[in-house]
Design a protein around this ligand. Sequence first.
Ligand SMILES: Cc1ncc(COP(=O)(O)O)c(C=O)c1O
Length: 339
Amino acid sequence: MLDSTRYILGPHGAALEGEIAAYCGVRYAIGVASGTDALHLALLASGIGPGDEVITTPFTFIATGEAIRYVGAKAVFVDIDPETFNIDPTLIEAAITDRTRAVLPVHLFGQPADLDPIVELCERYGLRLIEDCAQSFGAAYNGKMTGAWGDAGCFSFFPSKNLGCFRDGGMIVTDDEELAERLRMLRNHGSRITYRHEIIGFNSRLDELQAVVLRAKLKRIESYNEARRCNAQCYNSHLADANVVTPVENGKGHHVYHQYTIMTEVRETLQTALNAVGIASAIYYPIPLHRQKAMRCSCAEQSLPVTEAASERVLSLPMYPELTAGQIERICRILVEAF
Ligand SMILES: Cc1ncc(COP(=O)(O)O)c(C=O)c1O
């Protein structure tokens, strides 16, 4: 790739797009510069803009909300399911207004959101479905890949993601030819043909070096995700008698454990014990989006009790394919001792 001196929009990126489209079971994939851009451009290409409302989860990374705001739309937050941390589909209908244009579920921590009722609502109300798949590469719901359910599926290749590259990167997958064409223009200065600019676009391309890395890792993604699932089971068995809530699988999804997230009433104690022996842990997410200063809007006073309770109790433990059974056993021993 380096010898070819084609570093942007070359054959590796195009090949990766084909491979990811095939892997997800969709017709088109468009590489972009980050998962945030994937969401932003997918919303823009879907024609969502000022005055529109997009229903989403408040229990997510800020990028989900930022993308909605970038296009000038309003994020409408709906509470989450207490077991899976994903948007609660039973609460979506009540949030639909005549301004609602899209639903944007996030497949948080690698577990697919409950898509059947969401798809049904989107069809019934004529809404776009845009999936935030930043944490769910390789996850499936009822046997179909996340990303393939919506009008667009948005992936992140941030280095720590299930499929990660060596800097920022992202991709949008879709079956919609027109949407794909608009996305290809939007990521490349609004241009189809060099130096002919039909719309105002962006510089948001996935570079060739990242495509090379991603193509190599894509070949191994199934084993990486299987190792994550195996590690989750190992954690589950060691924590079975501990006073924590271990992750709950919803039964319809193939969970790929981007994170292994427990719920505990004594989070600080557990984190301190892990920190003391140099083991990292993290809180995803300490402040839900409807409470974030940057998202300040009419929703700031909104009460979303399940989300708020989760944000006070969640703790994500080390999770990556190379984690060994011995390391997991040690982490769990430290947690149990800390009780
Ligand atoms: C749920 C979610 N959405 C969007 C993003 C944004 O992806 P990126 O960091 O590649 O811009 C992330 C990643 O950090 C994420 O976790």
